[in-house]
Design a protein around this ligand. Structure first.
Ligand code: PRT
Ligand code: MG
Length: 222
């Protein structure tokens, strides 16, 4: 039977580091990408899977959330850092997959003075909304400069006094003369679902969510 595009479930996954940990979970849930997904010469962006109902798109981490929030993809995998930054009301994050673990932290040059109690602060970050919210909670107005990578350079070159970035081993900070001063949140990858699609796919998405939930055996707050 030929499937209409409207019956297809689009599953969005990030290109980078979460992918290696996500693929075995997806395989265990019965969703394995077709061979061309692994072909580095291929320029395709959408891939068939072992589930005839499911196609995979591979996009940047922030774009996973955008596709799913707007219903262009129905389901996806993305870090809780991205979910928290966007705060999209259409995103439902029912399963903590326990992969891609790290934390989101404030870092500053070694030996820098502590943040003034009330004041103004310049922060370089990929997460301006999260950073602003965090400092506002301390009565500090943070001026956030959006960078897309290599945040660690900003304090070294005088672009900002602090950064807000992801930390896992701490090696990147240490190698750039920075120290972690506060942890904003622990981060892990979540299964995300478009709320409307959850209800309108003949139970196929809830069933898929249950497969992932059974695999990891735990829940995340929605
Ligand atoms: O578009 P872009 O390249 O920015 O993202 P992407 O689509 O390639 O994203 P991808 O797939 O790489 O996934 C990024 C996601 O991985 C984040 O949103 C997190 O949820 C998760 N993750 C987990 C991490 C890290 N750990 C991590 N350590 N993402 C990035 N890092 C970077 C961090 O930014 C810093 O530069 O690693 C460096 C720090 O690592 P340590 O070990 O030196 O502390
Ligand atoms: Mg990347």
């Amino acid at each position: 039977m030929a499937l209409a595009m409207s019956d297809t479930i689009i599953f969005a996954i990030p290109k980078g580091r979460i992918l290696d940990e996500a693929l075995p979970l997806m395989k265990a849930a019965g969703i394995e990408p077709a061979a061309d997904f692994f072909d580095e010469a291929s320029r395709a962006l959408m891939f068939a899977t072992t589930d005839p109902w499911v196609k995979i798109i591979r996009v940047r981490a922030f774009d996973v959330a955008t596709f799913v929030a707007h219903g262009a993809a129905q389901i996806g995998i993305v870090g809780s850092d991205v979910i928290d930054e966007f705060d999209y009301s259409e995103l439902y994050a029912p399963v903590d997959l326990g992969i891609g673990q790290c934390r989101i932290s404030v870092a500053m040059p070694e030996g820098a003075t502590q943040i003034p109690h009330i004041g103004h602060l310049r922060i370089a970050t990929k997460y301006p909304a999260l950073a602003r919210r965090h400092f506002a909670g301390q009565g500090i107005q943070a001026e956030c400069i959006k960078l897309n990578g290599a945040m660690e350079l900003a304090p070294l070159l005088g672009l900002s006094g602090r950064i807000v970035d992801l930390v896992s081993t701490g090696k990147t900070l240490a190698e750039n003369g920075l120290v972690e001063s506060e942890i904003l949140a622990q981060v892990s990858a979540r299964l995300i679902v478009n709320r409307a699609a959850f209800k309108t796919t003949d139970g196929r998405i809830p069933a898929m969510v249950e497969r992932f939930r059974a695999l990891v055996g735990r829940h995340a707050a929605a």
